[in-house]
Design a protein around this ligand. Structure first.
Ligand code: SAM
Length: 296
């Protein structure tokens, strides 16, 4: 508790002190860049809209900088950290709190719906994380696709990834991630974060983005799984036409003529590229193929 009495961990000197005291060695393979800016922490906590009724899932607490702040705002915090060398540090930095559970696990291998059941009776949780950048997409998509009950996710990601999550057709950053995120959630850019807000400094820019889960998806489609196969096929080969993308996909098995007919049903020509289609148009395309399959 010595360190926490000196002030918040987000203060750079306190972070350096605790790292030195425990002779902690940063592991690049775990994407370890610890936040050392209290203003950025404030922005994350405010954007996440955590109240004293909330259960928060924090992914990758590091030395517990954000965990302390979350515990002050929430009813309970469950923090999942992969690096066993951080566990003794967390035991020290979080010793004064009785509403935090630290779990030493790989978040990608956890049964998160069960975790939410155990700690919040299956009610929606808030997810807050300064994510390890090497697994941003699998973490976010895993949370959405496994139907974990979530109110919102407020996450630090690479700046380019935050950009991809928000854009629509016409932008070079538009892709499968934009469509997937926007199908499940409403993105809101909270802040851009320069690399001097972390130790060690990452060699990319960062941004905090909040993804508020839609109650109902913004488009309806009979088979969302098929829609996502079509989306992946369209963006796998970016410079190819939609026709060729769908034709070459290992996940789809439609004859050329059927694909041409489907694209025509959208009122589009054979030279159209997948990146020109909106989420709504992908939903219509999926429904056309579903109706076609039902007739076979
Ligand atoms: N939250 C801390 C902060 O803001 O200072 C640390 C953020 S650091 C970018 C990412 C954290 O995620 C590290 O503590 C790292 O060890 C942890 N981590 C990396 N991969 C993980 C995984 N698969 N499951 C759980 N934690 C992971």
């Amino acid at each position: 508790m010595e360190e926490t009495k000196k002030g918040p961990l987000g203060n750079p000197q306190n972070t350096i002190d605790i790292i030195k005291k425990h002779q902690f060695a940063f592991q690049k393979k775990f994407g370890q860049n610890f936040l050392i800016d209290t203003h950025v922490l404030d922005k994350i906590i405010n954007a996440a809209q955590v109240t004293d009724e909330d259960c928060v899932l924090e992914i990758g607490p590091g030395i517990g900088t954000m965990t302390q702040r979350l515990a002050e705002a929430a009813r309970h915090v469950v923090a999942v950290e992969i690096d066993k060398n951080l566990i003794p540090i967390l035991e020290e930095t979080l010793a004064g709190y009785d509403n935090i559970t630290v779990i030493n696990q790989d978040i990608l291998k956890m049964d998160i719906p069960k975790l939410v059941d155990d700690y919040n009776g299956g009610r929606p949780v808030k997810v807050v994380a300064n994510l390890p950048y090497y697994i941003t997409t699998p973490i976010i998509m895993g949370l959405f696709e496994s139907q974990v009950p979530i109110d919102n996710l407020t996450v630090m990601v690479q700046k380019e990834v935050a950009c991809r999550m928000q854009v629509g057709p016409g932008s070079k950053d538009y892709g499968a991630l934009s469509l997937a995120v926007q199908y499940y959630a409403q993105p809101y850019l909270v802040a851009n974060v320069p690399s001097n807000c972390f130790i060690p400094r990452p060699n990319v820019g960062s941004a905090v983005i909040r993804l508020t889960r839609h109650q109902n998806p913004p488009v309806r489609t009979a088979d969302p799984g098929l829609m996502f196969r079509l989306i992946r096929a369209s963006f796998n080969q970016r410079r190819k036409t939609l026709q060729n993308g769908l034709n070459n996909s290992p996940e789809l098995d439609y004859p050329k003529e059927t694909i041409a007919e489907a694209i025509e049903s959208l009122g589009m020509g054979s030279s159209v590229r997948g990146e020109a289609l909106t989420l709504e148009q992908f939903a219509r395309l999926a429904d056309w193929f579903s109706a076609h399959d039902a007739k076979q």
